[in-house]
Design a protein. Structure first.
Length: 327
């Protein structure tokens, strides 16, 4: 396990480095100029050039990339062009909403998907199976922003159980608290989770049905184990690998999907920060936000790989054999 862990850490670091290069060069081709946006359309060319020089925008790309990477390794994300404050403070403030929102959404996704998928597999080719798969088909067809609007209309406008938007903060000093903040995130998380849960439920059902056809499952049944024991003790663990794969990818989709849902619920999260930064050509904030999202996806996949190895030790052996062959 130690050798496998070292191999995955090296892959993680190389992936992060590659992501930083892609982010830097991809944002470089975007049109517009931060200095021009800050000074307005009526600013003279000399004034724009002077501000660009002050911001370091005239330096060669490789030099700006090296400086950015050097400062990142020191924990310095630079100064926001638009807000004239450290980019790290803006990002940290937004992450306090976006990360809990994404975690709550993926938790709801997994719970809903496992319940629906296991139930459908247990009721294979029966009414319960057809009903569950029909509901998941509808869930996959409904965009999360439309579902978000529907949730607002039902639970905020009609029933008045939840606020239609805004975020009170996690502390009482900020005017909120843990439970008010969690309540404010519940509807957005549900809007994000429903589409992903529909996909994951179908994957869970297929994986469970495939495992239930294996010989060792028939042997377990022949030994007199109950249906519940067969499903949860033998079938579920072996069916989790494809489920975990999709769930890891879905977490990335949830992080990216927050930009739309945050707009619907007027939440000051990372998605809205990126949108505003792009609008203002604040490339310091955009660059760090995009790299952060990429890093979160890479780190999640890293832990998914470790979870694979824990669930199925054969994955460790296969990865080590491939590494030796490549060497």
């Amino acid at each position: 396990m130690q050798a496998y862990l070292i191999q995955r850490i090296v892959t993680l670091l190389l992936s992060l480095l590659g992501a930083s290069v892609l982010v830097m060069f991809a944002l470089e081709v975007l049109p517009g100029n931060a200095a021009q946006v800050m000074l307005g359309p009526d600013a003279s060319a000399e004034t724009v050039a002077a501000l660009s020089e002050q911001l370091g925008l005239h330096a060669p790309l490789w030099q700006r990339y090296g400086q950015w990477l050097y400062h990142l390794l020191q924990g310095d994300m630079g100064q926001s062009y638009a807000y004239d404050v450290p980019a790290s403070s803006l990002i940290w403030e937004s992450l306090q909403l976006t990360i809990p929102l994404a975690v709550l959404a993926i938790a709801l996704t997994i719970v809903i998907a496992l319940i629906a998928g296991i139930y459908a597999a247990a009721k294979h080719n029966k009414a319960g199976d057809f009903l569950t798969m029909g509901l998941t088909q509808i869930g996959m067809a409904v965009p999360n922003f439309w579902f978000a609007i529907l949730l607002v209309m039902v639970f905020s406008v009609q029933l008045k159980w939840f606020s239609s938007g805004g975020f009170p903060g996690w502390t009482a000093a900020a005017g909120g608290g843990f439970w008010p903040a969690l309540k404010a995130l519940l509807l957005p998380a549900l809007a994000l989770a429903m589409v992903q849960a529909a996909v994951l439920a179908r994957i869970t059902r297929s994986a469970m049905l495939e495992v239930l056809r294996e010989d060792y499952i028939r042997t377990a049944r022949a030994k007199g184990l109950s249906r519940r024991q067969v499903l949860f003790r033998h079938a579920l663990r072996n069916a989790l690998i494809p489920v975990i794969t999709i769930a890891g990818l879905q977490f990335a989709n949830l992080l990216a999907g927050t930009i739309v849902v945050e707009s619907v619920f007027q939440l000051p999260g990372l998605g809205r920060l990126i949108f505003k930064a792009i609008e203002n050509r604040d490339m310091v904030v955009v660059r760090n936000c995009v790299l952060l999202l990429a890093a979160l996806v890479i780190v999640v996949n890293f832990f998914v790989d470790l979870l694979y190895a824990w669930i199925d030790p054969r994955i460790q052996a296969s990865a080590m054999r491939q590494g030796k062959v490549a060497a």
